[in-house]
Design a protein around this ligand. Structure first.
Ligand code: UD1
Length: 419
């Protein structure tokens, strides 16, 4: 088990570059199965989730080759359609393989996916959508057996704009006879990035980024291009870290237009935010003001993936803040960890009331999930004394060596690997 040790007290200052978004790269690592030619993802982040997706692709018979920050995947040899149980159970995004595996082989055998422990993460909408595409699905002994030999286009309504279900169904629909429309689709920038990639491969996907996405199926697909999409959550995390520490951080490559809801909250708590082409800068106040309401919702609303780091911000704000978590049902587990550092948080169902304190104390805390882990490290930067964040490898699922980036920005932080 890795731990990250932070000695607080220094404002974060400087610049960092943001790479392609994890949440855009993961579905792309499913989409590569839609053609037999090698595809390359440039500027690909070296993350645990990416490694796990590569392990799944390798297991299916593909080859993944890193060349610096470029990841090439060659699926010509792919010849299996059964997911490796262990990795699939650990990784929620393994579900992104379901649509492409069905499109490629007409069959798929899956296990229920795992991922961060942030509440129940069912896949009912994925399966309902696939059934609408005429996929026969049997669920038995923790496995899902799918026969998609005769996929047909359909009009699908999602009960909730699920990011993963929208992406999975878009990829499956490329192999369905006729036209598929996904209504109440998710509108995240990552959906548009996937649509652009599919279109560059010869697919016809329209409406991505709106609530209605249409796919014309059965077009011949060939290798295509993955256009860059900077990681808005990584960018938002470091900009918020500037707010927590009273620092001055510029994220090169960040897109302000993908971060409206986050940047407006940073301004509300007293930060100076300068968003221009190709970068976003945040200058934090000595002590942030309270936030009357932070409420997570699907894009373009405030992202659930930024909720934990905003809770960290609110713990040292000058007043009482209210946070509502509307996307996942168990994403306040960080509150108990922050309490060990002296934070005052009351959680009631989906609402957290955070009473700002003058100072946090260093403590031993546990990275209960990916984003919470990053938020605890950032809280440690503001706390007095030493904070040790245990289970730190979970942070590697979404941030490349977070301790190196923070050190570069002047933080006093090290990782200790092993038990
Ligand atoms: C994606 C992101 C994740 C982000 C989340 C919400 C990736 C790899 N991950 O996750 O970082 O936090 O979007 O922005 O892109 N749901 C169901 N049934 C389903 C599918 C989802 O009930 O079949 C529920 C989930 O439990 C959750 C909500 O819908 O409450 C949103 O989930 P979804 O948008 O699907 O998130 P993911 O795609 O898993």
């Amino acid at each position: 088990m890795d731990k990250i040790c932070v000695v607080g007290g220094k404002p974060l200052c400087g610049e960092l570059c943001v790479k392609n978004a994890k949440n855009a790269v993961l579905p792309m690592l499913g989409a590569v199965l839609l053609c037999k030619e090698p595809m390359t993802i440039p500027d690909c982040p070296h993350l645990l989730d990416v490694d796990n997706m590569c392990a799944i692709l390798n297991h299916l018979g593909s080859e993944c080759i890193w060349n610096g920050d470029s990841l090439m995947v060659c699926t010509e040899g792919a010849n299996k359609y059964e997911m490796p149980d262990k990795i699939a159970r650990e990784l929620r995004s393994s579900i992104f393989m379901l649509g492409p595996v069905l499109a490629r082989f007409g069959h798929a055998i899956f296990s229920y996916p795992g991922g961060c422990d942030i509440g129940s993460r069912p896949i009912d909408m994925h399966l309902k959508g696939l059934r609408a595409l005429n996929v026969e699905i049997k669920e038995e002994g923790g496995h899902i057996y799918c026969d998609g030999g005769k996929m047909k286009g359909a009009s699908i309504h999602l009960d909730y704009p699920s990011v993963g279900a929208t992406e999975n169904l878009m990829m499956a629909a490329t192999a369905a006879e006729g036209v598929t429309t996904i209504n109440n689709a998710a509108r995240e920038p990552e959906i548009e990035a996937l649509a652009d990639a599919l279109n560059s491969m010869g697919a016809r996907v329209t409406g991505a980024g709106t609530s209605s996405v249409t796919i014309i199926g059965k077009l011949p697909l060939h290798k295509g291009e993955f256009l860059p999409l900077p990681d808005r959550i990584v960018a938002g995390t470091f900009l918020t870290a500037a707010a927590v520490t009273g620092g001055d951080v510029t994220v090169k490559g960040a897109r302000g237009d993908h971060l409206h809801s986050v940047l407006s909250k940073l301004e509300e708590c007293g930060c100076r935010v300068i968003a221009q082409k190709g970068e976003v800068r945040c200058i934090g106040p000595a002590r942030p003001k309270e936030l009357h309401l932070v409420e997570t919702s699907p894009y373009p609303g405030f992202p659930t993936d930024m909720q934990a780091v905003f809770m960290a911000l609110c713990t040292i704000a000058n007043g009482t803040s209210i946070i509502f978590e509307n996307v996942f049902d168990s994403r306040f587990r960080i509150a108990a960890e922050l309490a060990c550092m002296g934070a005052t948080i009351t959680v009631k169902d989906r609402m957290a009331i955070v009473r700002g304190v003058d100072r946090l104390n260093g403590a031993n805390v546990n990275a209960c999930d990916l984003r919470a882990g990053a938020a605890l490290v950032i809280s440690g930067l503001r706390a007095e004394g030493l904070t040790t964040v245990f289970n730190a490898q979970v942070i590697d699922r979404g941030y490349e060596a977070i301790e190196d980036t923070l050190s570069m920005l002047g933080a006093n932080v090290v990782r200790v690997s092993g038990d």
